[in-house]
Design a binder for this molecule. Structure first.
Ligand code: HEC
Ligand code: HEC
Length: 432
């Protein structure tokens, strides 16, 4: 009798355990299965948070992004500008500016691209193997009146390129797209165009998760996948600020004494500047459409024509972010509700393409990426005065005509449109 009771209690306990675990696992599946349809991301040129952080915090992080820094804070020795905003400003902080940057290098063994070597300080130091050439320097100055460290491109560095600034608004959503979705776009476009269009995804290092890689999506060469990685990169290469992720100065010539290394300071809130920049960018809203123009018949027909001639093969209209709770960037960032399961309209596939406009520069991809560029997202493109990576196209017609290589078929179909159809397609671009 006693043994039977013990057995029953034991079996009961086993059942309870099975039911509890079963329900938990089952619920997990239900949750995945009943994930609501993705919601539209908020859009606006209004300096408002997308919901990731409260508005007050967003403005505080924006203040760090806007802050003008000096040599006493860590600026330089070589740099391009004094604040992030200087190159990401029109029409609000985080958007674009007309600024271009200089890159250089030369052809090495086997015809491979080799980044520039630039000697500065009258031969005192050589900046080795770096394609970015900084346009500004902090000396000569009162402490180093005779030391000139301004970089100049030597004749031997015969590959030279200009790159325009890029929009950052809405990039938190771009960061939250799964690698698999970008790879699926690449496969789809290759299939649908019988290989004529074959966007390339490259795997790049996530600096904050050493040893891990992710599909690159930021920068003209898809050189980064994470906004924190990009922040550290930009802080060093645009402003000369070292940080925990990139602690080495490009040169220590005329580096002011008494400035802490890494330069990036811990704020009163326990976050570093690169964390503030990242939070600012992740919390930005997407660039909004010109809604009245988008609603016109011209723009709506233009949108259809954009799809029909094949622009949308690369300038992909809609992407969806991963479900909230998904870990990305090598497990260092858990996508929150404000960024997860959202649909947005960047008009890009974030892949590298050969368009015949290539600048010959290799960054984080292999040598085969030298002549390729990332499809620039067209959201907010109506606010750009100069188009294409080099800023050399000054209107939409010019930009379209430069699409050769993988874009040739679309250009030919565009050219075959009637004048009215072309005008409508351009009207659609003006509404973005
Ligand atoms: C001197 C101008 C300049 C400054 C200053 C600058 N940027 Fe940029 N930014 C650029 C340019 C140019 C690009 C495109 C770079 C490329 O791919 O060649 C860019 C691209 C980016 C991108 C990639 C956007 C995308 O969607 O692909 C991010 C993110 C970014 N910058 C963040 C920052 C942050 C954060 C700062 C401040 C630490 C900063 N930038 C300072 C000029 C600048
Ligand atoms: C094969 C992929 C592909 C196709 C198809 C394509 N584009 Fe592009 N587009 C790109 C790439 C890559 C660039 C950047 C090239 C560069 O900077 O040199 C670009 C640049 C642009 C730009 C400049 C954006 C900026 O911010 O500077 C516009 C505008 C544009 N494309 C519109 C179109 C239109 C309109 C069509 C259809 C007629 C089209 N594209 C078809 C890949 C494509």
């Amino acid at each position: 009798m006693r043994i039977r009771n013990v057995l029953l209690v034991f079996l009961g306990a086993v059942c309870v355990v099975l039911v509890v675990f079963g329900t938990v696992r089952f619920q997990g599946r239900i949750e995945a299965a009943v994930l609501p349809p993705p919601s539209e991301v908020p859009a606006g040129f209004d300096d408002e948070t997308n919901g990731l952080v409260p508005q007050g915090d967003h403005l505080f992080h924006k203040g760090q992004f806007d802050e003008v820094e000096g040599p006493e804070d860590g600026l330089g020795p070589l740099y391009n500008a004094q604040s992030c905003r200087e190159c990401h400003q029109s029409v609000v902080s985080g958007a674009v500016s007309q600024v271009t940057e200089l890159r250089a290098g030369h052809t090495g063994p086997h015809g491979h691209f080799v980044a520039a070597n630039i000697t500065i300080g009258d031969g005192a130091f050589t900046v080795l193997n770096r394609s970015l050439v900084n346009d500004r320097a902090i000396c000569p100055n009162a402490d180093f009146p005779d030391l000139s460290i301004q970089e100049h491109v030597p004749p031997a560095e015969h590959i030279r390129a200009l790159r325009t600034s890029l929009n950052i608004l809405g990039d938190g959503f771009v960061e939250a797209v799964a690698d698999a979705d970008l790879l699926a776009i690449a496969a789809k476009q290759r299939h649908e165009t019988h290989g004529e269009v074959h966007g390339q995804a490259i795997l790049v290092d996530v600096l904050e998760a050493p040893g891990t890689k992710r599909v690159g999506r930021f920068g003209w060469k898809d050189q980064h996948a994470s906004l924190l990685s990009f922040s550290a990169d930009a802080y060093l290469n645009e402003m000369g600020f070292t940080s925990r992720l990139l602690p080495d100065e490009v040169t220590t010539l005329c580096n002011p004494k008494g400035v802490q290394e890494p330069n990036d300071r811990l704020g009163t809130d326990g976050l570093f500047d690169i964390d503030h920049f990242t939070l600012f960018m992740r919390a930005t809203k997407a660039p909004p459409r010109d809604e009245p123009l988008a609603a016109t018949l011209d723009a709506r027909i233009g949108s259809d024509l954009f799809d029909q001639v094949g622009c949308a093969t690369c300038h992909v209209c809609s992407l969806t972010t991963v479900p909230p709770g998904t870990k990305i960037n090598g497990g260092t960032f858990t996508v929150p509700d404000a960024l997860g399961n959202k649909v947005f309209h960047p008009f890009s596939d974030f892949l590298l393409h050969h368009l015949g406009t290539g600048d010959g520069i290799v960054q984080n991809g292999g040598q085969e990426t030298a002549q390729k560029l990332r499809t620039p997202p067209l959201w907010g493109v109506r606010t750009h005065s100069r188009l294409m990576h080099d800023g050399k196209s000054l209107n939409f017609h010019d930009a379209i005509e430069r699409h050769r290589g993988e874009g040739k078929m679309a250009t030919e179909k565009f050219n075959a449109l009637s004048e009215e159809e072309k005008r409508r397609l351009i009207t659609f671009l003006k509404s973005l």
